[in-house]
Design a protein around this ligand. Sequence first.
Ligand code: G4P
Ligand code: NA
Ligand code: NA
Length: 194
Amino acid sequence: MEQLKRVILENGSVVSDGVLKVDSFLNHQIDTNLMIKVGKEFASRFKQSNITKVLTLESSGIAPSFMAAQDLGVPLIFARKRKSLTMNNDVYTSTVYSYTKETSNEIAVSKSFLSLGDNVLIIDDFLANGQAALGLANIVEQAGANVSGIGIVIEKSFQEGRSKLEQAGYRVESLARIQSLDNGKVSFLEEKAL
Ligand code: G4P
Ligand code: NA
Ligand code: NA
C-alpha cells in the first residue's frame, strides 16, 4: 500500500535493534484518514472470503481494524490482555510471549463473541515474531471457527513471524513489508509482479 509506505518513510523512525517507532500515526497519535484507508484495503483483500468477524488485539490493533469490519459489514472484536493467569470458564484464552518485552501475556475473548463456523479475519498492527497472531488464531480455533486470513499493517519481514504463520497454513496480507531497518533506514521488500 503505497500511501502507507510513504507515511512510514516520512514519519516513522528506527529506534534501535530493529524497532520502528510509528507513534505519530499508529501507536499513539492516530492518523484517522490513513486508518480508514488501511481498513478499506484489508476489506478489499478479503472481500471474497466470506468473513463473519474481525478479531484484533487491544490497543493498537483496534484503529486499523475498525474500517475493515465496517466495510465488510461484520462485528469487530478485540482480544483483551489480561493481567491474571486465572482461568475463567466464559472466555477463551491464549498465552502470548513477547520477545520484545520478554514477558508472557494472557489474552482473552469472551466465548459469546466467537461461534462455530465463524470465518474470522485477524488483524494486527505489527508482525514481528508472530506470537500475537498465533495467539489470536489459537483462540479462533478453540471456538471451532476458521481463520480466514491474517491482515497486518506493518510486517517486519526480517523476523520470523510471516514464515511461522504461513507454515501454520494461514493466508497473510501485509500492507507494508519491511526488509530491513539496518543503519536507521527503512527498506521495503520489493513487491512481486503479478
Ligand atoms: P509478535 O507478536 O509478532 O511476536 O511481536 P513481539 O512480541 O515482538 O511484539 C510485542 C509488541 O511490540 C506488540 O505490541 C507488537 O505489535 C509490537 N511491536 C513489535 N515490533 C515492533 C516495532 O518494530 N515497532 C513497534 N512500534 N511495535 C512493535 P503490543 O504489546 O501488543 O502493544 P499494543 O498493541 O498495545 O501497542
Ligand atoms: Na503495538
Ligand atoms: Na500489536
